[in-house]
Write a protein that binds this ligand. Structure first.
Ligand SMILES: Nc1nc2c(ncn2[C@@H]2O[C@H](COP(=O)(O)OP(=O)(O)OP(=O)(O)O)[C@@H](O)[C@H]2O)c(=O)[nH]1
Ligand SMILES: [Mg+2]
Length: 444
């Protein structure tokens, strides 16, 4: 059960010793509770305030320096009077602060309860509440960016706009229903079909993005290819940071292909080493060529290697030029000036390897840009609602095309609004809130 009238407190800084520790308090009794242990006493003002002072807690023996941040009214994150005590990040100190607060009408906050209050106060919507979790749990730059975008309201504003349009449409429909016996047309038939079609497009777009999000991420395939003996296997080993592929001075060393996952510029890719491209002579060589060609055809990017000490005009077969990154290998064997504009690397000296990693990442980031601004958690929760919204809109479009019952049409639009409302949290149940906020840690 949700109790907003109770004042709650919890440690808001990360567990473990730290220079700074934060205790957060939210609720009508916030100011009274901090006054019981902090001096100077905060003055009654309406704007947010910061006080330098000290904590005076019986258990601590002597006053302890602390800062108090006080949002005295509803203009805080939780929409209630909110206070933060910033002091040293020592567990016994923070425990003593919390105990002193609990002795003054404050109770321990449940997991995610501050964020829950922010949601209930209309400060953030559900997708933003999930973004708070996404920010805390982010395991890399990409995930953090997705969470920050969602926190900034990327998804909410799309859904809000879509709902706004549908609410207008529903108002027009209902006005039409009220005057059904008269010859007033509140919304023309063509505009009705058009507006519903537009809404359907946007729901389908969101649905596609949610579905993409639910699929395990496929690693882009980056294939090292080129004529024999150009140092592909050596480069593979250098990029993978280990000696996996067989290297030798003999051309045609690699017969099979090898794959490994590597991180380049924040992107994880699957890197392939292939047999040198050459006209096939015998049976096994023919197979090696075939395998290599298959890898090349499935590649997101072919890193085409040409050795600095060799002239060659061999080019990759059947690959789109935009999928090829031509490079010069064994850069240590020739003067830089003689090598043209392609990126020059040497697996032996390590020269140019970080540039190569950056070039691979930048060529691939094009695809990644179409990534959805949708957190996995939000996608999973929204999938059902988006599916229902799409179905309802499909039915609505069909009804509108037939020019039949406006009453039926209004039912479908209302259902769509309901489902979209669930995603943003305009419509919610305790069960939904429970599922989302139970994933939070205490203090957030
Ligand atoms: N000087 C110099 N030699 C290199 C470099 N990279 C590779 N080599 C040498 O070039 C020869 C061929 O290297 P590999 O890595 O086996 O070449 P590959 O392209 O995989 O050859 P295949 O598998 O036969 O197609 C070996 O003798 C390597 O030591 C480099 O950056 N500089
Ligand atoms: Mg090789």
């Amino acid at each position: 059960m949700i109790r907003l009238d109770e004042t709650i407190a919890a440690r808001a800084s990360a567990a473990g010793p730290a220079a700074r520790g934060i205790v957060r308090i939210s609720g009508l009794g916030s100011q009274r509770a901090v006054e019981s242990l902090f001096s100077p006493k905060p003055l009654a003002k309406s704007a947010p305030q910061r006080y330098g002072g000290a904590l005076e807690i019986a258990g601590l023996g002597r006053p302890l320096a602390a800062d108090l941040y006080l949002w005295p009214n509803s203009r805080s994150f939780t929409g209630q009077p909110l206070a933060e005590l910033h002091t040293v990040g020592s567990q016994p100190v923070l425990d003593a602060v919390l105990s002193a607060l609990f002795a003054h009408g404050v109770r321990p906050a449940a997991p995610g309860e501050f964020t829950l209050r922010a949601f209930l106060a209309g400060r953030i919507d559900l997708t933003q509440a999930e973004a708070v979790l996404g920010i805390i749990d982010a395991r890399g730059e990409r995930e953090l960016q997705t969470a920050l975008d969602q926190m900034a309201g990327g998804l909410s504003s799309q859904i809000l706009r879509l709902r706004g349009d549908l609410i207008d449409l529903l108002a027009d429909l209902e006005a039409g229903l009220d005057f059904a016996d008269e010859a007033i047309e509140f919304v023309s038939h063509a505009s009705l079909v058009g507006r519903l079609g537009l809404a359907l497009d946007r729901v389908v777009d969101l649905l596609l993005r949610a579905e993409t999000r639910m699929r395990p991420p496929s690693r882009p395939r980056v294939v090292l290819a080129g004529p024999p003996n150009t140092g592909k296997s050596t480069l593979f080993n250098a990029l993978a940071g280990m000696h996996r592929a067989l290297v030798s001075a003999d051309a045609g060393t690699t017969r099979d292909y090898l794959a490994t996952e590597i991180a380049v510029g924040g992107v994880t890719v699957e890197l392939f080493d292939t047999a040198g491209r050459a006209p096939a002579v015998d049976g096994i060589e023919c197979q090696a060529q075939q395998l290599g060609q298959e890898q090349i055809e499935q590649a997101a990017l072919v890193v085409w290697c040409r050795a600095a000490d060799h002239e060659t005009d061999v080019r990759p077969n059947s690959v789109k030029p935009e999928c090829v990154l031509p490079i010069v290998t064994k850069g240590d064997l020739a003067a830089r000036e003689s090598l043209g504009d392609d990126l020059v690397v040497s697996a032996q000296t390590g020269a140019g390897l970080s540039d190569l990693a950056a070039a691979i990442a930048s060529r691939l980031s094009h695809d990644a840009a179409s990534d959805s601004p949708l957190l996995d958690m939000t996608a999973a929760r929204s999938l059902d609602s988006l599916n229902r919204a799409r179905d309802a809109l499909n039915r609505a479009v069909a009804i509108a095309r037939e020019e039949v019952d406006q009453e039926l049409l209004a039912i479908e639009v209302r259902e769509t609004l309901d489902e979209l409302g669930k995603i943003a949290g305009a419509v919610y149940t305790d069960d939904i809130l429970d599922r989302i906020f139970s994933k939070f840690c205490i203090g957030k």
